[in-house]
Design a protein around this ligand. Structure first.
Ligand code: SF4
Length: 434
């Protein structure tokens, strides 16, 4: 007996008689069956519809956000035009407990924890993201991503560089882990230093863009390696380079005949949507095709400003994707993740990856079990549009690359006979015509 027969003893005979019978059904019976099925499907989505109403998006919170924004502007004696100026946002990043305490009700313990981390690691959030945190619950999903907690310095499991980026850099500024593509790392600057960041080792004590000589060397490496058809410009945050530098860098890449696509890694649509200006878009428009991957992790981050930034990028010809990170206490909930992906499609951002949080020192408190990730994927596939179903990825250690992890839908295979598990968990034999 082969393994398949052992595991599924009825595999050979278990061809559905129901479908055979249905072949001979009349129109009335078919309509009746369709109505029954529609009722069954309506039942299946009830739980989610009830949960969904309780998960606000940034659009639902717009009135509270406007109030928070006014408060921040008053505190900084600034005006609306300042708020919309990304340089103003960057130069007014909140980096001290005293300033934060003017806007958030911090407990004594919060203050101690933030001050404790401040001695070891930088933290900063843009006034824009602060206003979103002000609309969140204390220690909610946005707070957790942006405000330090003592776990960052007390739980030292993991390592600094789990993806071995320093071991996969064949040229200055370059990370290469795959045959036909590579990363050029252009800056360590970000609008906000996310507390779960996998590259926190690069945050350092100050903001540094890579010197022109490093970027030249990286470009030279790309020119000399004809198999590189896809270049990801990232950091830090690629869109924190100014327009002139981006114009030069993208122009150089565009001029390399074997570079087919350019990608930009940026979280600015989430943390600093003001960065997406008509001037930036005029630069991006010159060098198609450009793919931009960002990182929305929670529906509260999908705001009118974020939508406006995404609209401008789409109009400039960029194709937008999202790389969420699965984070304990932020989005490790099937309903939250489903709603996030649906909201992203509404603002023309295609959910691309869900990353299992990497084992980075100081971020263990964010790491979930893989079972939680698989449950989220089960709750997406078939339950919502395929467009809202990203690939769940675990980054293999030692720089061995992204490894997709998925629930199993092919339970057995014998010759041209398959045993499938459908999205509803129905076990169905299926014969491929030979
Ligand atoms: S924007 Fe990206 S690189 Fe910057 S801190 Fe956040 S996760 Fe890290």
């Amino acid at each position: 007996m082969d393994q398949l027969a052992l595991e599924f003893p009825n595999f050979e005979q278990n061809i559905s008689t129901k479908h055979e019978a249905n072949k001979h059904a009349g129109n009335q019976e078919k309509k009746h069956a369709a109505r029954e099925r529609a009722t069954e499907l309506k039942e299946k989505i009830k739980d989610y519809l009830a949960a969904k109403r309780m998960i606000p998006t940034g659009f639902d919170l717009a009135p509270a956000y406007r109030e928070a924004r006014e408060r921040v502007l008053r505190a900084f004696s600034a005006a609306e035009k300042d708020w919309n100026d990304w340089h103003w946002q960057l130069s007014h990043r909140i980096t001290s407990v005293q300033t934060l305490a003017r806007f958030l009700a911090l407990s004594d313990q919060d203050r101690e924890e933030i001050a404790g981390v401040s001695g070891h690691l930088r933290w900063a959030l843009s006034p824009y993201y602060l206003a979103l945190v002000m609309c969140d619950e204390p220690h909610g999903a946005l707070w957790k991503q942006s405000i330090p907690s003592s776990f960052e310095i007390t739980d030292m499991r993991g390592c600094e560089d789990p993806m071995a980026e320093t071991w996969t850099s064949p040229a200055p500024g370059v990370t290469r882990r795959y045959p036909d593509r590579l990363i050029i790392n252009v800056t360590n600057q970000c609008a906000m230093f996310c507390r779960h960041c996998q590259r926190r080792r690069n945050i350092g004590k100050g903001d540094h863009h890579r010197p022109r000589a490093v970027l030249e060397a990286a470009l030279q490496y790309v020119r000399e390696n004809e198999e590189i058809r896809d270049v990801l410009v990232t950091g830090g945050d690629a869109l924190l380079l100014d327009d002139l530098v981006l114009d030069w860098l993208l122009g150089e890449l565009h001029a390399i005949p074997h570079v087919e696509i350019k990608r930009l890694g940026t979280r600015t649509p989430v943390t600093l949507p003001q960065r997406v200006t008509p001037e930036l878009c005029a630069v991006l428009e010159k060098y198609p095709p450009i793919y931009i991957n960002t990182q929305f992790n929670h529906p509260r981050e999908v705001t009118p400003e974020a939508k406006q930034a995404c609209d401008l990028l789409v109009r400039a010809g960029a194709v937008l994707g999202n790389q969420a990170v699965l984070l304990r206490g932020v989005n490790n909930d099937p309903h939250v993740m489903k709603k996030l992906n649906q909201e992203l499609l509404k603002i023309r951002v295609r959910p691309y990856y869900i990353f299992h949080a990497k084992n980075v020192k100081g971020t263990s408190h964010f790491i979930t079990s893989v079972d939680e990730g698989l449950k989220i994927m089960e709750n997406l596939r078939g339950q919502t549009s395929g467009l809202a179903v990203p690939t769940y990825i675990i980054n293999a250690p030692y720089g061995m690359g992204k490894t997709p992890v998925a629930p199993n839908y092919l339970l057995g295979k014998k010759g041209n006979q398959l045993l499938l598990r459908t999205w509803e968990n129905k076990i169905i034999p299926y014969e491929i015509p030979s």
